[in-house]
Unconditional design. Structure first.
Lengths: 210, 166
């Protein structure tokens, strides 16, 4: 079911009406419908940091409640409005990071073509699993195309989350050499990833559970 | 690089970028003044790889946090709506009160005692007025005396009616 499904739109309108009248019991259902797609498709990719994504997610729902009276659905779902609010807040956080000189970055440009291939719908565990499975399968496929040494460096550092000193030891190189190797591996991965996206299809087609 | 890597030797620029990337990935601390900025393409790709290893799921502990914030916003919204209702009520009541006053004020005036009729002039006053038109000091003095008596009668009438002297 997507957010444009008539059955969902009817339920969404009812829940928003209840919330407008001050009925708190409508909130959990709305949260469970929108939190997952907002987090996985908008906030985490834009911010690249779980804590920041969670903070902005909570803020997005607060803004939804505050501005409920002025929101006009125009026959559609509130999803687009929520996604815009979340994206704007994420942009504010990015600007603040840039001002402080923090290096954290999102990966929205890299993941959007893959994750947006499927229309969002009321979020549930199945959708989270689907998005994760698509991303993981795509990463694995591109990794397989890299030089073995690059693949090893990326796997140790990011998939196994090992400290760089340990990565360097595993690869039997100096730490400074590992740093260069990692930079080259990341750029090689990016190049292959973008080539797959540019080919017009998701990097990997994986069977996913509904 | 090890010879078997078949990798070209890094340039100075690449060495700087690699060091900046390593620092950024290690700490995510703000860069020191004079530090080279980490290469954004590599940082972005690193973020993708880091998040690819774990499910893109909102942690269950997040819902109560969001619910608490939404609850506060709901309460604040109720307060705002209450104040708005007060304003609406005030803006309805004030014109209604003014309209009621306009409607009932004439009724109140109708219930008030009718105005006192001017007493008819006495024959003495009429004669004094006729004499005064012909002139003479005594005629004017007599007219003045008759007019005082006439005003006294009028004021007595007002007092009896309860309207007070004008």
């Amino acid at each position: 079911m997507t957010f444009n499904d008539p059955a969902w739109l009817e339920e969404e309108r009812r829940l928003l009406g209840e919330l407008r009248r001050g009925d708190r019991s409508a909130f959990p259902r709305l949260y469970r419908a929108f939190a997952q797609p907002l987090y996985a498709r908008v906030l985490l990719p834009k911010l690249g940091d779980r804590q920041a994504a969670e903070d902005v997610l909570a803020e997005t729902f607060r803004i939804m409640v505050e501005k409920l009276d002025s929101y006009d659905d125009r026959g559609g779902s509130i999803w687009s409005w929520l996604a815009t609010v979340a994206a704007n807040r994420a942009r504010d956080v990015e600007r603040e990071r840039a001002r402080r000189g923090q290096a954290l970055r999102g990966f929205a440009l890299l993941s959007a073509p893959l994750l947006d291939a499927q229309a969002p719908g009321p979020g549930d565990d199945a959708q989270a699993a689907t998005d994760s499975a698509r991303l993981q399968a795509a990463v694995t496929k591109v990794m397989d195309e890299l030089k073995p040494r690059y693949r090893r460096a990326l796997t140790l550092r990011f998939l196994e989350d090992r400290p760089r000193v340990e990565c360097a030891a595993q690869l039997e190189v100096k730490v400074a050499t590992f740093d260069v190797l990692l930079l080259r591996a990341l750029r090689a991965f990016r190049e292959r990833w973008q080539a797959h996206l540019a080919a017009g299809a998701a990097p990997a087609r994986v069977p996913v559970s509904a | 690089m090890k010879p078997e890597d078949d990798e070209p030797a890094p340039s100075d620029e690449e060495l700087r970028e690699a060091a900046a990337l390593a620092r950024a990935l290690e700490t995510n601390a703000p860069t020191e003044t004079g530090d080279a900025a980490p290469p954004s393409d590599a940082i972005e790709t690193a973020a993708l790889l880091r998040h690819a290893r774990a499910p893109l799921a909102v942690p269950p502990a997040h819902e109560p946090i969001a619910a608490a914030q939404a609850s506060e916003a709901l309460a604040a919204r109720r307060g705002r709506r209450g104040r708005r209702h007060l304003w609406i009520a005030a803006s309805i009541v004030a014109p209604a009160a003014a309209a009621a006053w306009l409607l009932f004020a004439p009724v109140r005036n109708r219930n008030a005692p009718p105005p006192l009729a001017i007493p008819p002039p006495s024959p003495g006053l009429l004669a004094a007025q006729a004499e005064a038109t012909r002139g003479g000091r005594t005629a004017l003095a007599r007219l003045d005396e008759e007019m005082r008596a006439y005003r006294r009668r009028y004021h007595d009438g007002l007092r009896r009616r309860g309207g007070g002297e004008p």
